[in-house]
Design a binder for this molecule. Sequence first.
Ligand code: MOS
Length: 750
Amino acid sequence: MSTTLEPPVTAQPGTTRAVGRPVPRVDGPAKVKGQAQFAAEVPVEGLTYATIVSSTIARGRLTSIDVSTAKTAPGVVYVMTHENAPKLEPPVVMMTQPRAAGASDLPIMQDESIHWNGEAIAVVLAETQEQADYAASLVRTTYEAERAALAFDDEKINARPPESILGEPTVVEVGGDVETALRDAAVTVDRIYWTPRYNHCAIELHAATVVWDGDALTVHDATQMLGGTQWTLAEIFGIDEANVRILSPFVGGGFGGKGLWSHQILAIAAARESGRPVRIVLSREGVFRLIGGRTTTEQRVALGANADGTLAALIHTGHAAMTPHNNCPEQFTFPARHLYAASALRVAQDVIDIDMIANTFMRAPGESVGTFALESAVDELAEKLALDPIELRRRLEPDVDPASSLPFSSRHLVEAYRRGAQAFGWERRSAEPRSQRDGEWLIGHGVATATYPYFRMPGGSAQVVISADGRAVVRMASHEMGMGTATAQAQFAADHLGLPLDRVRFEYGDTDLPPGTIAGGSSQSASIIAAVIASSAALVEQLLVLAGPKSPLAGLLTSDVELRDGGVYATGDRTRGEGYRAILERGRRDDVSAEVPAPDPAEMKRFSMHSYGAQFAEVRVNGVTGEVRVARFLGSFDIGRILNPKTAASQLRGGIIMGLGLALTEETLFDERTGRIMNPSLAEYHVPVHLDVPQIDVIWTDIPDPIAPGGVHGIGEIGITGVGAAVANAVYNATGKRIYDLPITLDKLL
Ligand code: MOS
């Protein structure tokens, strides 16, 4: 075992700056005391409890649905099926309109047609959850099944290019005929990789508490897309958006799955029809049936190298399962677009339509499974070239973005490898497979690159308020899913406004606040910071006006001053200026407030902006049983400036742990004959538990990105990327067996 590395504390010693300090989470005490109210815990008078009945065929139609027994069961308040459901507009699907949050554009319970095995066909409301569950078990159905598209291999002939991959082209070709370059290359690797379905398993089950008051709708939701949920619900129910309020102060894990699905919409419809408030909490099985996850991919990576290890050809192509009703093609070719220099590059990806619950974003969608393929291939190439895999990556380092030719805003991948190798003790690794043994355990070491794009979302604005008592509040409809948003953003605002951290509060989690952006795509941190910077600049203008001609600030322009030491001061001259209290008193104001929309994220068009990392794994593989144990793990990251090393380390470790699940234990078993998910429980879908998780060390360069607001990148997703390949490469080093399909279960190693 390695020694435990403390995450670096990045603030200058002796300063009072908040950024860079390992500040404990502001929401921590409320959570450990049980005072934090999650969506399923908000007390409401006269509540009813909802249970959803799911279809058991993948495609076809309901020929009958008999709810007569269910309706007369004890405590039942209301039963809704397509026969009595109100008319609802289909949800507008994510990324087709700026504020759309629908996971799928399929109509919800509007007719007898069935689109996936597990689709909601009835909702039962009762006085207690147990009564609703029991009554739901009494609903009787008959179906007429139609042929469904279920088998990935069979449907491949119908593969289609999606309109775009998150706005990027589906095909990128640079530098001429890549297949010829591959054929002529001195050393080649050309492999097919396969990754399974994975399901969202956040600790908090999907839940909502729904209250109608006349035309006004309040939803206490567990969501990572407040504004999008508000807008999309208004469209579905044909009501004014001003009448829809979403509150989500605490979310027990999101990872991309806490969006707008059918359960909230059905609960809202049932609440309106029954005239009673509704609480819906999906069962764990319900999450598997009604919430999509990561989808199947089949990927080809082909690398053609020159004798010196540079690349003549890089090909990354393949298919992902999707539905025609959603918009998440699993961007597994994104890493290959940006990571390595190659004379010829081709990336292309198609989708295969499957009759299944709409897949969705799940922590580094695309990059998590894309790096498994790409980084496994790079490892195999290094071996063929007899090069250390880190040295090979150093030789492949590009000067500009390989796909777009844009300059990198900030890229220190080689440095992340250097630091990681040193901390992990990479030089002690044996390159020879099957050469390290401890009794019946084979020991191996592997490394892989982590990468995730920098995103910043448009449309956010933060209200920044400074009051005469020297306190500040930042208000924005942002999200705290346990990752530390409220803490880290208070830290940023404290430094930016020149106030001590205990004087600054971040208000979030409510659509009545100024508009936030999604907590997704690792974009929220930079999106909030850009908004705070914009509003703070407007605040400075107001403060200078309020200060007036008698102030020491008189005659100074906004460009001449900085916010520091609880006030406004001439830049670099702490003798000229005054505190907020003095300025506000002279201006006879209790407070001063500004809310200016964040500028559009133009930096993303001018620069190639990404986070990077190097993932190091040590595994032990039992030579008798094939059991794989991760013995230790280290992630070394280049992720911009770190706001809070404590919450950052947790995000990165959490991502790595989810990556261990992706590599070794997790797999949604989808019966290709029936479209039924066969392991819809945590007993059968194996997320890593404590005994599966070794010591995980995380370190980072802490080099601010000069182009990103505040120098900051979001870090929610990069942690999972590269983990699958680091583990697979270590398994190869231990056993001499390369595994091309995840998860790496023991049967594949025997
Ligand atoms: Mo992330 S998959 O955008 O929560």
